[in-house]
Design a protein around this ligand. Structure first.
Ligand code: BGC
Length: 761
């Protein structure tokens, strides 16, 4: 009897073991009907067609018949799995027809495009959308972008871009959600939900792509494509957090980044692609390279040639190659030589087919022509206006100059960005049209009546160094009650490969502002730019300063709404704003150092005495000529009313790791206007196995209050929210003492403290 039982047990364990040894795809297909479908398609594909699925091509020119014929032939032979940037819907359907009807496997093509912050209706650049601190609104904007893009046959966007960036020199900070992992993670989830909708197969949904995986925003010196050096704990706690959030929200695809991360180009990075993405996170969508990023591993000095690059990328886990042809040219031969196996290729193709099935492309491969081209509808424009309003960050408002009264007799509108319809759309707005764009000049004229608005650009464009427009600008300024100066940077000064080493207002904009100030007329400056702009040298000449980012199609009306008080400035900074470029990288969630600057008074460099001892100025971590504080902290943004914080209460001051902490504070509107406060919750873990940041954002709420109204705001903090990666790379919350703040930005707030002690009964 005993031996029979042991025999049965042995058989049971052997079968369990065998189950474990079988590829997970086999196990999946036994249980999941989708996996069975994928397998049946895979079974009818030859090696060439499988390789074809991994290829994403672009169509160079639709006018060129030869290219069109070559492209048709390639699709017929199953050599292409996806196209990017095909925008002619007839051409799309024709290529799709060939794929579905004439290619051997009949697998539909997937058409992708960069739909980054809107399609025809352009929303503020993603950094501006992050400044809304409103994930719901961001989700709405992404859903609108998806609705508009799908009418054009696009079923895959290369967004959201969720690279944490601590460096305003980096041109792509414009596309990013800013510096904070918590805010960026919420934004990441919102974009994914908005683009993909409830159901990816809905004809208004598009597959999202979390990019650029990973560390791209840490490009050294802010120079695009540069190496990123990030220790693994920091990588996991800060840079990967939004990617994990995107994965958890069900993102369909990931795009690998151009940079090398700690010496290994992302396109061949096994830690990122295998260990983290597949093994730890169990991601089952597909990974696309960035534009030729696989073959660029040769330039990185990581691969000898195209074949080696294909080998390293495929073995690391990049499923689809964008534009480059290394997979197409070499995967077959690598399989023959045994450097790569057909079953590995099968898994790449499975990942791609899985998303094509989820998109419903096998059932509905063609452009949806049943819907009207719903672009730029009233609702879409209203949401664009609302999101632009909420992205506007008021940075200075001397003597409550803003909001302006409608009773002003004359307003001078000056500056290179006042009427720059293309520029205000910002980087990555391929499908926005300047003709649809409403500029501040138009909106202000509409609001006040043309006769009250005196307009002269002063400078033809932001970098214009000619002073021919000065005298006209000064003369207009003298006749007005207020000057509205619209400055900043054109769209081309931020975005990919467009980093700047000097991030002040380009050209002679500062000089012009100084000239205008001399007239005695108050100066309101609105900056439109893809990054924080240093204003240290000009801030005293500006009475009110508002950051408008590149605000998109409805930027003009949104700005007018806020300037004239029909709406309040709703934005808060999603990045720390430096005083001078040399402070960069500057970010609020930095470690303390062993010699932190303790509210030390900063001595201007000219006043530093000569001939005194080295340590007489205090040996702390700061710049002699720029102190240590930013111009405006993370989370900062003024309102048209005032708020008061009282009664910070913690549900307990001593908790265990199993407990949850409730933090509450009473916020009142103490001003005379209604207004929205973004109540922020920060914590500090005082001692850690790895040094911990001086503050970390752990929650926020947008709270609307009437004058005199007060509300108790409650946050729930789980001890898991305090976890970080320790020296052994374990994700842990450590017992100890924590500070907690509720306040308006990362430098203010009411402070409390609590202790986590696991030994209490
Ligand atoms: C960018 C990606 C973009 C791709 C396709 C690349 O140069 O880095 O963000 O999605 O081009 O346009």
């Amino acid at each position: 009897m005993k031996s029979t039982i042991s025999y049965i047990l042995l058989l049971f364990f052997i079968s369990l073991l065998l189950m474990q040894c079988r590829p997970s795809s086999d196990r999946k297909s036994e249980i999941d009907p989708l996996e069975r479908k994928i397998d049946s398609v895979l079974a009818r594909m030859g090696l060439e067609e499988k390789i074809g699925q991994t290829a994403q091509r672009r169509v160079l020119s639709l006018e060129n018949d030869l290219i069109i014929e070559e492209t048709r032939e390639a699709v017929r032979k199953g050599e292409v799995g996806s196209f990017l940037n095909v925008m002619n819907t007839d051409m799309m359907d024709e290529l799709q027809r060939i794929a579905v009807e004439e290619s051997h496997s009949g697998v539909p093509l997937l058409f992708g495009r960069d739909v980054i912050h809107g399609f025809r209706t352009v929303f503020p650049i993603p950094l501006g959308l992050a400044a809304t601190w409103d994930p719901g609104l961001v989700e709405e904007s992404a859903a609108i972008a998806a609705q508009e893009a799908t009418t054009n046959g696009i079923r895959w966007t290369f967004a959201p871009m969720i690279d944490i960036s601590r460096d305003a020199r980096w041109g792509r900070i414009a596309e990013s959600p800013g510096e904070d992992p918590y805010l960026a993670s919420l934004m990441a989830g919102a974009y994914v939900k908005g683009f993909q909708g409830e159901n990816l197969s809905s004809r208004t949904s598009i597959a999202a792509c979390a990019k650029h995986y990973a560390g791209y925003g840490a490009a050294e010196g802010g120079r695009d494509y540069n190496s990123a050096i990030i220790y693994e704990q920091l990588l996991r706690d800060i840079y990967l957090a939004p990617f994990k959030a995107a994965k958890d929200a069900g993102v369909s695809t990931f795009m690998i980044s151009f940079n090398d991360l700690n010496g290994v180009p992302a396109s061949g990075n096994r830690l990122l692609l295998k260990t983290i993405l597949r093994d730890e996170w169990d991601f089952d969508g597909f990974v696309v390279s960035d534009w030729e990023s696989i073959t660029e591993m040769i330039d990185h000095g990581f691969c000898t040639d195209e074949r080696d690059a294909a080998d390293k990328a495929a073995n690391a886990g990049v499923d689809m190659e964008m534009v480059g042809r290394s997979y197409e040219n070499h995967l077959g031969e690598l399989i023959q030589e045994g450097r790569f196996s057909e079953s590995q290729l099968d898994n790449m193709v499975r990942n791609i087919l899985r998303i094509k099935f989820r998109l419903g492309l096998f059932e509905n491969p063609y452009v949806d022509r049943s819907r009207d081209k719903v672009v730029l509808s009233d609702t879409h424009l209203a949401t664009a206006r609302k999101s632009a309003i909420q992205s506007l960050v008021l940075l200075k408002n001397k003597n409550n100059l803003l909001p302006l009264s409608d009773g002003l007799k004359k307003v001078a509108v000056i500056g290179p960005m006042a009427d720059a319809p293309y520029e205000q759309l910002g980087t990555w707005s391929f499908d926005g049209d300047r003709k649809d764009t409403r500029t501040p000049l138009h909106a202000i004229r509409e609001h006040l009546g043309k006769e009250k608005v005196l307009y002269t650009p002063g400078l033809a464009f932001s970098r214009d160094r000619s002073m021919v427009g000065y005298s006209q600008a000064v003369s207009v300024a003298k006749q007005a009650d207020v000057i509205l100066f619209f400055g900043g940077e054109e769209a081309i000064l931020s975005g990919e490969a467009h980093s700047r080493a000097d991030i002040s207002l380009p050209g002679v904009q500062e000089d012009l502002i100084r000239e205008l100030k001399k007239t005695g007329t108050p100066v309101v400056t609105v900056i439109m730019a893809g990054r924080p702009i240093t204003v240290n040298d000009i801030i005293d000449d500006i009475d009110a300063l508002m950051m408008a980012w590149h605000p998109g199609t409805m930027g003009g009306p949104a700005i007018a709404d806020v300037l004239f008080g029909e709406a309040e400035p709703g934005g808060r900074l999603p990045v720390t704003w430096p005083c001078v470029v040399g402070q960069i990288p500057i970010y609020y969630n930095h470690p303390n150092t062993g010699r932190p600057p303790l509210n030390e008074t900063f001595i201007p460099i000219e006043e530093i005495p000569i001939g005194v001892g080295q340590s007489s100025l205090g040996n702390t971590s700061h710049y002699l000529d720029a102190g240590y504080l930013p111009h405006f902290p993370f989370g900062y943004g003024l309102t048209y009313t005032t708020f008061d914080y009282r009664n910070l209460k913690l549900s307990d001051t001593l908790i265990t790791l199993k407990d949850t902490l409730r933090v509450s504070v009473t916020v009142s509107n103490t001003g005379s206007r209604e207004g929205t406060e973004v109540v922020q919750l920060y914590v500090r873990d005082h001692v850690g196995d790895i040094v911990r940041p001086v503050r970390e954002l752990k929650g926020f709420q947008r709270v609307f209050l009437q004058p005199g109204e007060k509300k108790k705001i409650c946050f729930v903090l789980h001890t898991d929210d305090l976890a970080f990666h320790n020296q052994d790379m374990e994700h842990v919350t450590e017992p100890g003492i924590f500070s907690v703040w509720t306040g308006r930005n990362a430098h203010e707030g009411l402070e409390g403290s609590f202790t986590i002690d696991n030994d209490i009964k």
